[in-house]
Design a protein around this ligand. Structure first.
Ligand code: HEC
Ligand code: HEC
Length: 466
């Protein structure tokens, strides 16, 4: 509690100094013809809702703090190649439609708003916009995002450049951001920030901090939003545009900001509703997939729903004892944390439903599941083949940046039975997923073991078609 209060003061002072460079640019010429969903995408990529993270000069000096031999490679490279290397190190991508031109501008990241003064501000795509086999897909979980490593490097660069640290760097000693690339402590960010507000969202620091259970989660794909009545893995919150606004809860955003931004978040919700999953880009064995569909409907459909002609999604909660996947996420939120949300402006003061004591996790829709590896809520399982073979899931794995495993359907990985002894550096360690860590278990969901090997092959083929 003490630590956080120390932190909250500087956060506010800092925010007051760093005017969050609101989208000062002109609105697009065709603004009046844009659909709500198109406006939503515009807000997400062009309007900062939190304070500035760093400027371009800082970002472009980060390579000086990289370990060798990466640093030397960056030093020898030109600006475009250096930008590409930085994007790869931190899990950032250019925006869809960006075409590099020789001597043209360097790519803006999908994951940050970049204003005309060159200030970069994190947006929702930091966690919710990624790439599969090198193709950028907004709404796909960003399974490469290196939030903690980026924040550490930014802090080092700012010290060198005598620039003031901003919210994430100041929070670094108190709040872990993510111990494996592609996953973040997002749930605790929300719990912490909401705990400092009253029901009307006035900042009230005298409330102290709740018990915190830091753990990492893999963000879910946004194209599920249209199918879900309740969001989050435990189905805790009834869907609505206000639920999406929690990301903006930094102390410098007062209650009036949330009322002011409400219409914009209706558009952002419309954008989420409009998203379609990407299609599997390679040939599928239709006959095998057809057999897989029947098996899926018999063995998986009661929880995950049906697809194609007779589309249905039950949104079924499965008790954690029957499911057996990692329980930390479920246990991390107390009844009090849940009540705090349920009675607040976000839930229309209780008008929107919330589940105050979920008993497990909700089976997610599986649309576009070929693209959204890794699997399970904590991102512990690298491919669909491993999901279907519970006893063969790797204890420790490391992915390639953009490789795709077409045989196992998911991330291209190397795996180990335990963390290699030479991996001692904390930044290097975050490139390995170690399932023995807290909240990182890849156990459970053994339902596929009711199928024979042959049947699993058919179901795997069918999953490519969703
Ligand atoms: C730091 C990473 C991060 C950022 C930034 C972030 N999210 Fe998320 N988001 C997550 C994680 C992790 C979950 C899963 C939480 C859970 O299920 O408990 C999630 C869940 C969601 C869900 C629920 C999806 C479902 O099917 O259950 C929606 C919708 C969502 N986020 C929208 C947003 C929007 C809109 C923004 C920006 C205003 C945003 N998120 C910013 C990490 C993030
Ligand atoms: C009793 C209900 C139930 C049955 C039966 C079931 N599942 Fe699941 N499934 C779940 C739940 C709940 C989760 C979420 C678990 C978690 O994230 O911890 C899940 C997760 C998954 C995921 C990971 C999704 C993601 O995006 O991370 C896949 C893939 C999946 N199931 C496929 C299947 C297949 C294939 C079958 C049939 C062989 C099946 N499931 C049977 C409840 C079920």
């Amino acid at each position: 509690m003490h630590n956080w209060q120390w932190l909250a003061g500087p956060l506010v002072l800092l925010a007051a100094g760093l005017v969050p460079g609101a989208a000062r640019g002109e609105l697009p010429a065709d603004w009046d013809q844009m659909t709500p969903a198109q406006r939503g995408y515009y807000y997400l990529t062009e309007k900062p809702y939190v304070t500035v993270d760093f400027d371009e000069q800082t970002f472009d000096s980060l390579w000086k703090f990289w370990p060798e031999p990466l640093r030397a490679k960056a030093e020898a490279a030109g600006p475009a190649e250096r930008r590409r290397m930085a994007f790869e190190r931190y899990g950032l991508t250019s925006r869809p439609g960006y075409e590099p031109l020789p001597d043209g501008p360097l790519p803006k990241p999908l994951q940050y708003v970049v204003d005309q003064r060159g200030n970069w501000t994190m947006n929702c795509f930091a966690c919710h916009g990624g790439q599969v086999r090198g193709e950028v897909v907004p709404g796909l979980p960003n399974s490469n995002y290196a939030m903690q490593t980026l924040t550490e490097d930014v802090l080092a660069a700012k010290l060198e450049l005598s620039k003031a640290p901003s919210r994430n760097e100041l929070a670094l000693p108190f709040i872990p951001m993510g111990s494996t690339h592609g996953t973040t402590n997002a749930v605790m960010f929300g719990v912490i920030l909401l705990s400092q507000r009253d029901a009307d969202l006035n900042v009230n620091r005298s409330k102290g901090l709740p018990k915190l259970t830091h753990h990492d989660m893999d963000a879910p794909p946004w194209w599920h939003f249209r199918k879900r009545d309740f969001i989050y893995i435990d189905g805790f919150v009834e869907k609505g545009h206000r639920a999406l606004m929690q990301f903006a809860l930094i102390p410098s955003n007062g209650p009036e900001k949330f009322r002011q931004w409400e219409q914009e978040f209706r558009d952002i919700a419309a954008y989420l509703e409009s998203l379609e999953p990407p299609r599997y880009p390679w040939p599928v064995d239709q006959q095998l997939a057809g057999r897989g569909e029947a098996l899926f409907n018999d063995h998986c459909g009661e929880c995950h729903g049906t697809y194609g002609q007779r589309e249905a999604y039950p949104g079924l909660m499965v008790d954690i004892e029957d499911l057996g996947t990692d329980p930390v996420r479920l246990q991390s939120m107390s009844g009090l944390d849940r009540k705090q949300y349920a009675t607040s402006w976000f839930a229309h003061y209780g008008e929107k439903k919330t589940h105050d004591s979920p008993t497990g996790y909700v089976a997610p829709p599986l649309d576009g599941v070929w693209a959204s590896a890794p699997y399970l809520h904590n991102g512990s399982v690298p491919t669909l083949w491993h999901l279907l073979h519970p006893s063969e899931r790797p204890a420790v794995w490391k992915r390639s940046y953009a490789g795709y495993d077409r045989e196992k359907v998911g991330l291209e990985v190397e795996s180990w039975s335990k963390l290699p002894a030479e991996v001692t550096d904390k930044q290097q360690r975050r490139t390995y997923f170690d399932t023995t860590g807290f909240g990182k278990s890849a156990a459970g969901h053994t339902f596929p073991d009711r199928l024979s090997e042959d049947e699993k092959r058919a179901v795997l083929e069918y999953l490519k078609t969703l």
